[in-house]
Design a protein around this ligand. Structure first.
Ligand code: IVH
Length: 670
């Protein structure tokens, strides 16, 4: 590689890994397996070692990973929450053991623990009572999620009598058992909600909910694995785990004290084979040097302790046969290929299907029918085809070719520039899309119409009773036809009609989301409903007006303009209006605290110790100020917290925009 290529590769890796970190920690929706992530991180680390001059300031090798979300109060960790060095190889473990030997001699033990696949949590206890629970966040600051964590039965709110200090911190992993995950996820699917990919994401999503009564309904569990006290209480980690068990904490019963690395490796082998018999997911084993004095001697690197390491199991991979490929049409017309496989046991469940994402993926794999494929389950519930064993391909095997036409309605498929997915453009005539759109509209997150489910929508469509959303609101006039439908008694009909009637009260933002405009999710719908206040101003908004709204980018703006340019969409909206649906945002009474910031514009960026960004925005608005979406000459102040993006800072400096702190802001409105 030329030096220029090296630099380019390093920059690309930084960008990609930061995005994956964001997907993992903030969105709780990872898109690559841990193994792939670690391989890329390793490549970057190697390159940085050889070319330290090219190391970028926002390299993920310099960060612990993770970011802080804005909804919760940010709390500084008393002791940073570090991550562990990872490895997938036994040789690395032996090298790790050798390094320890060199540093402290041969006389030490390891505590081997399961590496639970959940999210780490720091709990502070004061006078025997749970005082605070904080997520890892970026390792130095996390979110205060105490109210939610208090709903977890296994986490003691009050400790048993014991010899614990007045104040201490204990860390562990919050997770969801697989059985609970499967039950709750199938409930979500039935309700038309988006299912979670795996128990880890479900647990992470749950801890970040705003409504703690909902958290209480989702059973979470927690294993504790590290005690922090101001003064040393115990000599070894093992002793401390034994003690905290008596105080009332849930400590994993499979922990083992090992005399040497061979015993630790035996433990790893044992759980490599038996991990799927556990009721929860683990993704590896953690080795910790037992003695605190020796831990102290070994110390830390910038990111992780030198006295601990995690061995990660590779995502299980199996070989099976590709029997056929089917193509599913979604409500937006996106056509997704799915591989139908010869059923095979993988990571504790029988796998029959794997996602193929899009046409590019089929091409990348060069799939042929009857191919022997390697399937991996990288912590995701839907498995993925990793590669094809071409040596086993039978001569004359038929190549899998992504279709040109829609499998449901036969229309020619289209692909927008820069997009991976193909779409069926026949949104008015393609039955799957029509039904999918109505199902989306009635779903819990949109209009939440009680008494009407996905199957009924399909049946109503097949009977010719509904074709558009607006037809739902004239069903009342068709009771004779409704009564003729199978398994649809008078009571069900009335329930449905009442549900439909009640939905007329749903707020504008829900109606807007329910319309199913591409890229207009719940949050975007809420933002535009708040900004434009009614459908007419939204329909007539220009590209510039749309993109001036916070979080509305070009792609969303274009999609909105395209949608409202269709006369049939406008016709639908008119019909819905006539039926009495809400197309105006109800004005909330906004009482201004003062007008001290009137006429002034602000952008808030970074993380603040005392406030969330949302709170600061509210403060500004309630004192008459305005929040802008991007830095331009129109901006008066940039309110900057920690960790803000360097490019923003640079741009503000270039434009000579005053950069102020949250304290400065408070002074302005004092
Ligand atoms: S010890 C410095 N023990 O793995 C000590 N961590 O990469 C760090 N984890 O953030 C933590 N099981 O979320 C430890 N038995 C265990 C663990 C464990 C899972 C997670 C934890 C941590 C990550 C480290």
């Amino acid at each position: 590689m030329s030096l220029l290529d090296v630099k380019e590769r390093m920059d690309a890796l930084v960008k990609e890994l930061n995005q994956h970190n964001y997907n993992y920690y903030v969105l709780a929706q990872p898109t690559i397996s841990d193994f792939e992530f670690d391989q890329k991180l390793k490549e970057l680390t190697e390159l940085e070692k050889q070319h330290p001059e090219y190391q970028s300031a926002d390299s993920p090798t310099l960060k612990v990973g993770g970011e802080i979300t804005k909804e919760f109060k940010t709390v500084q960790h008393r002791w940073p929450m570090l991550s562990l060095g990872n490895t997938y190889s036994e040789q690395d473990l032996r090298d790790f053991d050798e390094r320890i030997r060199k540093a402290i001699g041969n006389d030490f033990e390891y505590v081997c623990e399961l590496k639970f696949d959940g999210l780490s949590m720091s709990l502070t206890y004061k006078d025997g009572l749970l005082d605070r629970a904080v997520t890892r966040g970026d390792g130095t600051k996390g979110d205060d999620v105490t109210t939610n964590i208090k709903t977890i039965k296994r986490i003691p709110k009050k400790l048993n009598a014991g010899d614990y200090p007045n104040e201490f911190e204990i860390r562990g992993e919050v997770f969801m058992h697989r059985a609970a995950f499967e039950r709750l996820n199938s409930e979500r699917i039935q309700k038309g909600e988006v299912p979670y990919a795996n128990p880890r994401n479900f647990a992470a999503g749950t801890v970040k909910l705003q409504d703690s009564s909902e958290v209480a309904r989702r059973p979470l569990d927690c294993f504790l694995y590290f005690l922090y006290t101001e003064k040393p209480l115990f000599k070894t980690h093992w002793e401390s785990l034994e003690a905290v068990k008596n105080w009332g904490f849930h400590v994993c019963e499979h922990n083992r004290l090992c005399k040497n690395i061979d015993e630790a490796i035996d433990f790893i082998h044992y759980w490599g084979e038996n991990r799927f018999n556990l009721s929860y997911d683990i993704d590896g084993i953690v080795l910790k040097v037992n003695s605190y004095a020796q831990q102290h001697e070994l110390g830390f690197t910038a990111k992780s302790p030198r006295w601990a390491i995690s061995y990660k199991y590779k995502a299980e991979e199996v070989e099976t046969t590709l029997e056929s490929v089917s193509y599913q049409v979604g409500r937006t017309g996106a056509v997704t290929p799915v591989a139908n496989l010869k059923p095979v046991l993988l990571a504790g469940t029988t796998v029959k299907r794997a996602t193929l994402h899009n046409a590019n993926e089929i091409q990348r794999l060069d799939l042929h029918l009857g191919d022997t494929v390697f399937v991996e389950k990288g912590g995701e519930i839907i498995p993925k085809i990793i590669s094809v064993n071409t040596l086993k391909r039978k001569p004359g095997a038929e190549k899998v070719i992504y279709p040109d036409t829609c499998p449901e309605c036969g229309s020619n498929l289209v692909r927008k520039e820069g997009e991976a997915a193909h779409y069926c453009p026949n949104d008015e005539g393609c039955p799957t899309q029509i039904v999918g759109k109505i199902q989306h509209f009635i779903g819990r997150r949109a209009m939440n119409i009680e008494g009407l489910g996905d199957e009924t929508v399909e049946a109503l469509y097949r009977k010719g009773l509904i074709e558009h959303i607006s037809d739902l609101y004239i069903l009342r006039e068709k009771t004779a036809e409704l009564k003729q439908m199978e398994r649809f008694g008078e009571k069900s009909i009335n329930n449905m009609l009442e549900g439909i009637e009640r939905s007329k009260q749903m707020p504008f933002e829900k109606v807007l989301f329910g319309l199913g405009i591409r890229y207009v999710g719940e949050t975007v719908a809420r933002k535009i409903a708040t900004h434009f206040k009614n459908i007419d101003s939204l329909i007539s908004a220009s590209y510039e007006e749309l993109t001036s709204v916070d979080e509305i980018g070009g792609r969303i703006a274009e999609s909105l303009i395209e949608y409202f340019a269709e006369p049939r969409h406008i016709e639908q909206i008119e019909k819905l209006k006539t039926s009495g649906l809400q197309f105006v945002t109800e004005e909330k009474e906004v009482s201004l605290a003062s007008d001290k910031l009137s006429g002034k514009t602000f952008i808030i960026s970074g993380v603040f110790e005392q406030f969330s960004r949302e709170e600061l925005a509210e403060l500004i608005q309630s004192n008459g100020g305005k929040i802008l979406s991007s830095i331009s000459g129109k901006l008066n102040y940039l309110v900057a917290g920690d960790n803000m993006g360097p490019s923003k800072l640079e741009k503000a400096k270039k434009l000579n925009i005053p950069i102020i702190s949250d304290a400065d802001l408070l002074k302005m409105i004092e």
